[in-house]
Design a binder for this molecule. Structure first.
Ligand SMILES: [Zn+2]
Ligand SMILES: [Zn+2]
Length: 335
């Protein structure tokens, strides 16, 4: 089969991500073989391709927002049949036995493994996934609309729950890319007032079109104090900005896997009155199930830009350069 491979981690313009021939993977006993139909493009793929994340598997195939069809099953893989539509996401293994797994926090499992980093992902004709970590997908959404939900959507959902937004509350979103624009739709459907703070004019227009009450520059003060805020932009200097925008007792949730250093915090204006800062680390399978059900019920729709799978390198270059809003999706033209 043809698959993209991080032959050399380096800036994507240099060509270290290459389309190569690989054997069609053989599913392990507990795995499904999945024929890829569509795969979303996540910023983490860029971090893997460029070596911002350490190499976990030489020549890895990126991609962890896969919508595909089951094409084969290992001897002990259960719950799916050949022909089922299935989703493959970032989290693909936990030990199930450690203290974190035992208390429902498998996102913190030290033995966790990830698709498109520890194992080959969806920038290919075929991929594999442990059946226990494969997701059933709502019938109401097509492949292209579903793909970005599988990482951007799920992470945005966990960030929203970590932000502890009260019913009908005031939510600030700092940064408005793939994850934030899905999170905003869910928060609005659940009755929140959403204020978007981001530097891109096109992203601000998208925010208002989706129903945000206001959209301003990232460093502006929102028009009212916030009960909760989520920082999607990987900019640590926005942490004090967002904390100052919170009302007493408010919570800031930080969604990114990377954040530049935060400046010193001013206790009186940024932390006192019981303001809280929380990080968000990966997600649990329960988060994914809850989010996919809510996304179907509330018709959460990704704004997508499609590229043929054969042009995954161009999609990553465009993501890096900020040439689109919403989410890029690769559609399998290699078949
Ligand atoms: Zn564990
Ligand atoms: Zn991702």
């Amino acid at each position: 089969m043809r698959a993209w491979s991080v032959v050399r981690p380096e800036p994507v313009e240099k060509g270290g991500l290459r389309l190569v021939e690989k054997p069609v993977p053989v599913p392990a006993d507990d795995e499904l073989l999945v024929h890829v139909r569509a795969c979303g493009v996540c910023r983490t793929d860029l971090h893997v391709a460029e070596g911002d994340l350490p190499v976990h598997r030489a020549g890895v195939t990126p991609g962890h927002e896969v919508v595909g069809v089951v094409a084969g099953l290992g001897a002990r893989a259960e719950g799916f049949a050949v022909g089922d539509r299935v989703g493959v996401a970032w989290l693909r293994h936990t030990d199930g036995t450690c203290g974190y797994c035992s208390r429902g926090a498998e996102n913190l499992c030290p033995a966790s493994r990830y698709t498109g980093w520890d194992a080959d992902g969806g920038y290919a004709q075929y991929t594999t996934v442990p059946a226990d970590f494969a997701h059933r997908l709502p019938f109401s959404l097509d492949d292209e609309a579903l793909a970005p939900l599988l990482c951007a959507g799920i992470i945005g959902y966990r960030a929203l729950r970590r932000a502890a937004l009260p019913p009908g509350g005031r939510l600030g979103l700092y940064g408005f890319g793939g994850s934030a624009h899905l999170c905003a739709q869910l928060a609005l459907a659940e009755g929140a007032t959403v204020h978007v703070l981001t530097r891109g004019a096109a992203a601000r227009r998208l925010a208002l079109a989706l129903g945000a009450a206001s959209a301003q520059d990232a460093y502006a003060m929102p028009p009212e104090p916030l009960d909760s805020a989520i920082l999607f932009a990987p900019a640590g200097d926005l942490v004090p900005v967002a904390l100052r925008a919170l009302d007493r007792g408010g919570t800031l949730s930080i969604a990114g896997i990377h954040l530049s250093d935060t400046p010193p915090l001013h206790y009186e204006s940024e932390l006192f009155y019981e303001k809280q800062v929380r990080s968000v680390t990966s997600n649990t399978r329960a988060d994914a199930r809850e989010f996919l059900a809510l996304a179907a019920r509330h018709e959460v729709r990704a704004t997508t830009h499609t590229y043929p799978l054969s042009r995954a390198d161009a999609a990553l270059r465009d993501l890096k350069a900020g040439r689109f809003d919403g989410a890029a999706v690769l559609v399998n033209d290699l078949s």
